[in-house]
Design a protein around this ligand. Structure first.
Ligand SMILES: C[S@@+](CC[C@H](N)C(=O)[O-])C[C@H]1O[C@@H](n2cnc3c(N)ncnc32)[C@H](O)[C@@H]1O
Length: 284
């Protein structure tokens, strides 16, 4: 196979796993404004982000002083190039530790952002990335969706606070649902409306309404992508106005045979009747 088409196929293989979508700065800002009080004197880790292109890195480096951060750590995966779309060619990766704006020009300069080399490929599960994870307080990123279960399991294992993006249907994964039920984490704030993610130019989007090109960049709206967090947010303490009552044996909301849960077809209705996630449609 020719090198060019090999790269294209490799990229397609990665994309088909929903791993190559890039978060917009506006979406990050809209969510993170609800967490400002949590960041004071904290070490933030973006562990699926090439610092040279990630908007998560951009957000935290430019807001480092305002948030009162102690340190920002960012690692990327299998990439030493500055292209946004990694072709996963490099077995090595880089990381960065940023300690804030030393020369007080309000810009994170190259001199202040020391790029360091990882020994391995930057996999979030690698020993060296776990060492960086141990040093951090809050993990914030959009991780590879295909590894979401493992990703969350690792955050829980190391008892880390987090704000992360994922597909909404991750709620129905057995392991994830269990953690939500146990109150180990919950939905974030900005989970209504369409989020657009930048994708490689050769990424095929068959539904026109899910595609847009802006400033020569291609964007894809890939369905329900939501924020998850285990940080306390105001929204958790707001009273929900409930206008329906659930009565057992009511045919409208049948009970599952193998799970202590009811099925509610419409998201709006499950909020009315339960005020929570418990009746969310489960997939086994
Ligand atoms: C959905 S993209 C999001 C990228 C970036 N966090 C953002 O939001 O713009 C997921 C990223 O995870 C990276 N990735 C894939 N597998 C990984 C792994 N095992 N360890 C760390 N990063 C990984 C990919 O390179 C890709 O950049």
């Amino acid at each position: 196979m020719e090198k060019k088409s090999l790269n294209k196929s490799l990229r397609k293989a990665n994309i088909s796993k929903n791993d190559d979508f890039y978060t917009q700065l506006t979406d990050i800002e809209k969510e993170l404004k609800h967490y400002k009080e949590h960041f004071k004197n904290k070490v933030v880790f973006c562990n699926c982000d090439d610092p040279r292109v990630s908007n998560f890195f951009h957000y935290f480096s430019y807001n480092f002083e305002e948030l009162g951060l102690k340190k920002l750590i960012t690692t990327c995966y299998k990439n030493q190039q500055t292209d946004l779309f990694s072709e996963y060619k490099s077995e090595k990766a880089i990381y960065l530790e940023y300690f804030g704006d030393k020369n007080q020009n309000n810009i994170p300069d190259i001199k202040e952002i020391g790029i360091k080399h990882l020994k391995g490929d930057g996999d979030f599960r690698s020993k060296e990335c776990i060492e960086l994870l141990k040093q951090s307080d809050i993990v914030v990123t959009n991780p590879p969706f295909s590894l979401f279960r493992e990703y969350v399991a690792q955050l829980i294992k190391y008892d880390k606070k987090f704000i992360i993006l994922a597909q909404q249907n991750a709620i129905s994964y057995k392991e994830i649902f269990k953690l939500i039920k146990e109150n180990k984490f919950w939905l974030g704030v900005d989970n209504n409306g369409t989020k657009w993610f930048q994708v490689p130019k050769d990424y095929e989007i068959t539904t026109e309404s899910r595609k847009k090109i802006e400033d020569g960049k291609k964007f894809f709206s890939m369905g329900s992508i939501v924020w998850f967090t285990n940080l306390d947010i105001k929204k958790r303490h707001e009273d929900l106005i409930l206008c329906k009552t659930y009565k057992e044996h009511k045919e409208e909301y049948p009970k599952y045979d193998h799970y202590d849960a009811i099925n509610v077809d419409r998201v709006a209705e499950f909020q009315w009747i339960t005020g929570g996630l418990w009746a969310f449609r489960l997939h086994f």
